[in-house]
Each structure stands twice: as C-alpha cells, then as structure tokens.
Ligand binder design. Structure first.
Ligand SMILES: NC(=O)c1ccc[n+]([C@@H]2O[C@H](COP(=O)([O-])OP(=O)(O)OC[C@H]3O[C@@H](n4cnc5c(N)ncnc54)[C@H](OP(=O)(O)O)[C@@H]3O)[C@@H](O)[C@H]2O)c1
Length: 337
C-alpha cells in the first residue's frame, strides 16, 4: 500500500521508524521544509519498548509539496487534533481513488473527519501505543501498545483488514467492529483522568485522594458517558469496563464502584497527563476535541455537561496564561450548573 505518514512527531516518528525498519516504504510529510531537511539529514531513531533501530528516510517533504499525482492508497494522519482537522481536506485530495485516510488522534477527530469528508474515505483509528519525541528524528516508544482501527459506521470491512495486514508487518494493529465504542471509551477516560490531571497539575492517584478530586472525576466521567450513550454508542471495554457497576444515568456509590475506581487507578493512576505536558511546553492542548467535543455533542443531544464545560474554560484560561494548574480550580468547577 503506497503510504504517507503526515506528522513526524512522537507517534508519527515511531510509526515511520518501525515501518521503515521492517522494509515497508513510507513517505513522510512534515509541517515545514526545515523539519523535512533535518529528518532527511539525521534519519529516524527509535528506542524503548520494541527495541532500538535507526533508519534513513529519503521520501520526506513538507506537506505542501505533495500533490494529487502522488495518489496514496493510505494516509496515516499523525498530527495533533487541530492540525488534523486543518489539513484533512487537502489530504483527501492526495488519495488515490478508493484510498483511505486513517486519523489516529485522541478525542473526536475521526468522527468529525468522517462527517466532513465522508466515511468512505475515513477509517477510524486510535492509538494505545505511547511514545515521546526527544528531538526531531529521535523517538522513545513507551509501551507495547497497539493501533486499533475500524469502520466508524461499525462492522468489519475488507479495507480495514487490508490496512491491518499492511501496517501489521511492523506494528501491532487490531481491527474492531466497534471503533466508535472504543474511541468513546478512551475519550471518556481522557475527559476525566487526563484533563483533570492537567487542571490540577497532578496524577489521578494524587488528585483522587481529595473529596473534590474524586467528585470531579465522577461527575466529568458520568457526563461524558451520558453523551456517549445518548449518541447511540456502546462503549467498548479497553483496560477497564467503561460503564461503572450499578450505573443508572450516573454513578452510584457502592463497594463495587470503589473496586471499579481501583481498576481505573491501577490502569491510569500514575500517568502524567499528556495535556499537562502540552501546557508545560506551552503548546496548544487538544481540549476542544476532548471535553469540548463532549460539550458540543451534549448540546446537540440535549445532555447537560456543565462540569465538562467548566473544565474546558479552565484549561483555556491556563493555556492563555491567566491561570496555572492547581487543585484550587476544583471547587469552582464543581459549582458549575
Ligand atoms: N504520543 C502519544 O503517546 C500518543 C498516544 C495516543 C494518542 N496520541 C494522539 O496522537 C496525536 C499525535 O500525538 P503526538 O504525541 O505524536 O504529537 P506531536 O509529537 O506533537 O506530533 C505531531 C506532529 O505533527 C506535525 N505537524 C503539525 N502540523 C502539520 C502539518 N500541517 N503537516 C505535517 N505535519 C504537521 C508537528 O510538527 P511541528 O512540531 O513542526 O508542529 C509534529 O511533528 C494526538 O492527537 C495525540 O493525542 C498520542
């Protein structure tokens, strides 16, 4: 499959390195000519889980230099969410007839792009593979995770299987008939564990010990889950069952709920929120596509999401530099109605 990877950051770089290392020819697109020249000069080095490798990359250009005549069969979109939305219309024109755009962002990006470009062009994707970029061209794979792909309309398809077989030569790629359900399960957790971590500047294990931290986790989670269910999605089990035990339109305190929360903590409690890392690096966050996506869809479906809306406002204030991550935000957010 003639494949272009757009965005050679943490995830795109690891995908590019692993695929090239397995002899799979990939074309790479960077944001600008300077990054393309740098990658061409230094190649791609991957360390960490999955083993170290170093590959030369020759087919790397700034995105604007690719054209319709390139006719890619597969474009893996590995930028952050806003850039993905901005460049996707151009990418759809770089596809061969019947070609596939595979976005792998967190949040609602796949679903937004399928609505805008048509689900015949967009295959849903998400990444449980984690990594960081230490410098352009140098990447560290942090876990043995996989890419999960599937049709956003649900069910299995021949093209999802073809993409799995192609990328699966170098990566753990799995197909699910319920990609929307899987994407929502991740999104609901991102709305609570990850974003609250960025609001307070702490891990879930740290903030959940306070009454307010625990209450905010529960309310943010319940609102996001309510929107998912109202949209007709069946959230799919990832590491933890997405619907807490005894859930009846909201979480119900019980020993079973405490045990479920313990499982969430075991899976995600020590992770430093990627959104907090974005804030610390003064980079734009993906808040509009995570809690912001839930708030927008909730509005359309008449599901109230005051806590998620207050979280969005708080992260936006932190990003503008008029607030800093702190547990002092919790009480105000919990007061949102
Ligand atoms: N990293 C992870 O462990 C991980 C795990 C799961 C999901 N995700 C999701 O995967 C997505 C990518 O994350 P990431 O950590 O890989 O982000 P990242 O390190 O910031 O990489 C994004 C890359 O896209 C490039 N880019 C921006 N605009 C572009 C354009 N128009 N054309 C070509 N390249 C462009 C950026 O270049 P510049 O730096 O020059 O702007 C950067 O190299 C996010 O949605 C994230 O939530 C990441």
């Amino acid at each position: 499959m003639k494949t272009l990877i757009v965005g050679v950051g943490a995830l795109g770089g690891i995908l590019a390195g692993r695929l090239s290392g397995a002899g799979y020819a990939v074309w790479l697109a960077t944001r600008d000519a300077e990054s393309a020249a740098k990658l061409q000069a230094c190649g791609v080095q991957v360390t960490g889980v999955g083993g170290a490798l170093s590959v030369a990359v020759s087919a790397v250009l700034p995105l604007e230099q690719y054209s319709e005549t390139d006719a890619f069969e597969l474009i893996v979109l590995a930028t952050k969410a806003q850039a993905a939305i901005d460049c996707a219309p151009r990418l759809s024109r770089l596809l061969a007839a019947g070609g596939t755009l595979l976005p792998i962002q967190n949040g609602g990006v796949s679903q937004i792009l399928a609505r805008e470009l048509g689900s015949e062009c967009v295959l849903g994707g998400l990444s449980n593979l984690g990594g960081t970029m230490t410098a352009l061209g140098s990447y560290e794979q942090r876990n043995a995770g996989h890419l999960l792909i599937g049709e956003l309309a649900g069910g299995l398809s021949e093209r999802a299987e073809r993409v799995r077989a192609a990328l699966g030569r170098a990566l753990d790629v799995r197909v699910t008939p319920n990609l929307r359900g899987a994407a929502w399960s991740k999104l609901i957790l991102n709305c609570s564990t990850t974003t609250i971590g960025a609001v307070v500047g702490a891990t879930m294990r740290e903030y959940i010990t306070s009454r307010e931290g625990r209450e905010l986790f529960t309310r943010a989670y319940d609102e996001a889950l309510s929107v998912a269910l109202a949209s007709g999605v069946h959230p799919e089990r990832m590491l933890v069952e997405p619907v807490p035990p005894g859930w009846s339109g909201g979480s119900v305190p019980s020993a079973a709920y405490d045990a479920w929360l313990g499982e969430v903590l075991a899976a995600y409690g020590e992770l430093k929120a990627s959104m907090l890392q974005d804030i610390e690096r003064r980079r734009p966050t993906e808040i509009d596509f995570i809690n912001g996506y839930v708030v927008d869809l909730g509005r359309q479906l008449a599901v109230s999401t005051p806590v998620n809306a207050a979280i969005v406002e708080t992260i936006q204030a932190i990003s503008r530099g008029v607030a800093v991550p702190s547990p002092s935000h919790l009480a105000r957010i919990l007061g949102a109605r």
